[in-house]
Design a protein around this ligand. Structure first.
Ligand SMILES: C[S@@+](CC[C@H](N)C(=O)[O-])C[C@H]1O[C@@H](n2cnc3c(N)ncnc32)[C@H](O)[C@@H]1O
Length: 223
């Protein structure tokens, strides 16, 4: 029996289309982050900053931006990315190293699933200053019908967004240095339970690009 279109040739066609019109599912959310910055903009932390693109994008908006990554090659590239930006520092700091109530923005883009989620959210809540905000772009494996429906939406919109970003097929070039990746294992609903408990009132929603977002502002008067 021949391969079905949806299961075989269809999937291959979509894969090839995506390769010809690539877009970064993580960078796509930078505009969402920049549109949702907190009012007070002293210190920002981009946890798991990878190659440093978001750190650089945040720099004009904050007094200080810390990019943190545990991978030395990522830190080396992130340092080059922001070499001409005076208010950026790149380090291997972990969330437990920042003081209570000291940070105005924490971002985690495709990073939360690399960490102990419960522990990371507790530290985010602790280090954010009152009025400070966390903006998370996350990944989770599909566990429910709703998750599967959102994956289907992502499969359909993926090539469309690729076309909008790169209307002409991209030339074959050397790919950028790959970042350390990890398959997500904790499902959306399980993460939402933790978020609801540790960041009460947070908004968590499925997004295209096989991602979800979490946003939360720490209550209390600003310093
Ligand atoms: C999928 S990449 C995302 C990179 C970047 N945020 C982006 O959107 O392009 C995940 C990053 O998290 C970093 N990472 C994983 N565990 C970490 C940890 N415990 N502390 C700091 N960075 C970590 C990895 O080294 C990697 O650069």
């Amino acid at each position: 029996m021949g391969t079905s279109f949806i299961g075989g040739r269809g999937a291959q066609w979509v894969r090839e289309l995506n390769e010809r019109h690539p877009w970064s599912h993580n960078d796509y959310f930078h505009s969402w982050i920049l549109a949702n910055l907190p009012d007070r903009r002293g210190c920002a932390v981009d946890m798991g900053c990878g190659r440093g693109g978001l750190v650089r994008a945040l720099a004009p908006h904050f007094d200080q931006v810390s990019g943190a990554d545990r991978d030395s090659e990522m830190r080396r590239i992130a340092e080059i990315t922001s070499a001409d930006v005076h208010n950026v520092s790149i380090s291997d700091r972990q969330l437990d190293s920042w003081a209570d109530d000291s940070i105005d923005l924490v971002t985690l883009v495709a990073v939360l699933h690399h960490l102990d989620i419960d522990d990371a959210l507790r530290h985010v809540e602790r280090i954010l200053a009152p009025g400070g905000r966390v903006l998370i772009v996350g990944l989770a494996p599909p566990r429910s019908v709703r998750d599967l429906l959102w994956d289907a939406v992502s499969i359909v919109t993926n090539p469309l967004i690729g076309f909008l970003h790169r209307p002409w097929p991209s030339p074959v070039t050397a790919p950028p240095a790959p970042f350390p990746v990890k398959d997500p294992v904790v499902g959306f609903d399980e993460i939402k339970d933790m978020v609801d408990k540790l960041l009460p009132g947070a908004k968590m929603q499925h997004r295209i690009g096989f991602r979800h977002t979490i946003e939360w502002t720490k209550p209390g008067a600003r310093r």
